[in-house]
Design a protein around this ligand. Structure first.
Ligand SMILES: Cc1cc2nc3c(=O)[nH]c(=O)nc-3n(C[C@H](O)[C@H](O)[C@H](O)COP(=O)(O)OP(=O)(O)OC[C@H]3O[C@@H](n4cnc5c(N)ncnc54)[C@H](O)[C@@H]3O)c2cc1C
Length: 128
């Protein structure tokens, strides 16, 4: 029986100038490294792989315009991380910020809350 798997690895952002350069990493080598790790944990998938598609943070940056390929916006690790996220109401009149990189954070439930906050803020703005 065939299956389709998606393996999502937390990784450093693509930052060629002063950080990690994902374009210098061989996609074949890195995907084999992940398969080796999975095998070491008891998941024998190597013999079953027919098609393998690899996407690095650099690919994500190019394909979806996410800076550094950071699909969740700024890092959510650390006690102060919430304070680094963009506010939903900006200092510029009639400019609102919504989505995974803004308050309250990434992931579909939080993005829904972000949309609710911004919808209410826009409504309040219209009433003034
Ligand atoms: C592989 C992966 C797995 C995930 N798994 C989960 C999960 O299991 N559970 C969960 O809760 N969250 C998950 N997430 C996170 C979740 O998908 C994101 O937090 C959420 O989609 C962010 O919503 P958003 O509206 O901010 O951005 P997006 O969903 O990225 O929407 C932005 C939209 O804007 C469009 N766009 C970009 N630029 C322009 C432009 N110039 N003009 C017009 N349109 C434009 C894009 O095409 C896109 O459709 C996952 C994300 C990824 C990448």
């Amino acid at each position: 029986m065939d299956e389709s798997w998606s393996v999502l690895i937390n990784a450093p952002r693509h930052q060629p100038r002063d950080g990690f350069n994902w374009d210098e990493k061989s996609s074949k080598e890195y995907s084999q490294h992940i398969i080796n790790l999975m095998e070491a944990k008891g998941l024998d998938i190597r013999s079953r792989v027919e098609v393998l598609e690899y996407r690095s943070p650099a690919d994500l940056e190019r394909n979806v315009n996410a800076p550094g390929g950071s699909i969740y916006g700024t890092s959510s690790n650390g006690a102060r991380s919430a304070f680094w996220r963009a506010r939903n109401r900006s200092k510029i009149k009639n400019l609102f910020l919504v989505g995974g990189s803004t308050h309250p954070g990434g992931g579909l439930p939080l993005v829904g809350i972000s949309a609710e906050i911004v919808a209410e803020a826009v409504e309040e703005n219209l009433e003034q």
